[in-house]
Design a protein around this ligand. Structure first.
Ligand SMILES: [Zn+2]
Length: 163
């Protein structure tokens, strides 16, 4: 990261105290995460902030907020984690839209998907939005449930944990 990049970046940030949230003043995603660009490519503002403060993000790691404020880019409020940790963290903090199923329901959904039932059918049975079931199918959500049970039950044909 060049100093010029960093200056440009911080011109969009409300830099306050070391321990306060530094809110991103630029454009944001629907979930509230700051959006910016790095060398012409889209990147989340909090990820870029972490890069400016710490260097490149090790491959496969997410940058998580310790403050639960998606628009915060204070490096002191950011830490690395894995996809799985992020989902477990979000689940226990109860702020994730996915916490609409309990562990047993999620397990049932994962199992039904893995044996070939389709998303809309399951969504109807569980009375949940289509997208909730689809996120499970593509491995965006509830991977922790799958991991938790993977020694007991095999789930063929489901997506992995991707950022
Ligand atoms: Zn913060």
């Amino acid at each position: 990261m060049s100093i010029k990049h960093a200056k440009e970046f911080y011109s969009n940030v409300d830099v306050v105290g070391d321990n306060d949230c530094w809110n991103w003043g630029g454009s944001k995603s629907p979930a509230g995460y700051g959006r910016t660009r790095r060398d012409g490519k889209h990147i989340s503002a909090h990820r870029l902030s972490w890069v400016i403060a710490n260097g490149e993000i090790p491959e496969g790691l997410l940058i998580m907020h310790t403050c639960d404020n998606p628009s915060c880019v204070n490096p002191n409020h950011l830490e690395t984690g894995t996809c799985k940790e992020n989902i477990i963290d979000a689940h226990f903090k109860g702020r994730c839209s996915i916490s609409m199923l309990n562990r047993h329901e999620a397990l049932e959904v994962i199992y039904l998907l893995s044996i070939g039932h389709n998303v809309s059918e399951i969504a109807r049975v569980f009375e949940k939005p289509y997208n909730v079931i689809l996120s499970i199918k593509v491995g965006r959500t509830y991977n922790w449930v799958r991991d938790y049970y993977k020694d007991i039950i095999s789930f063929p044909g489901l997506g992995g944990c991707h950022e």
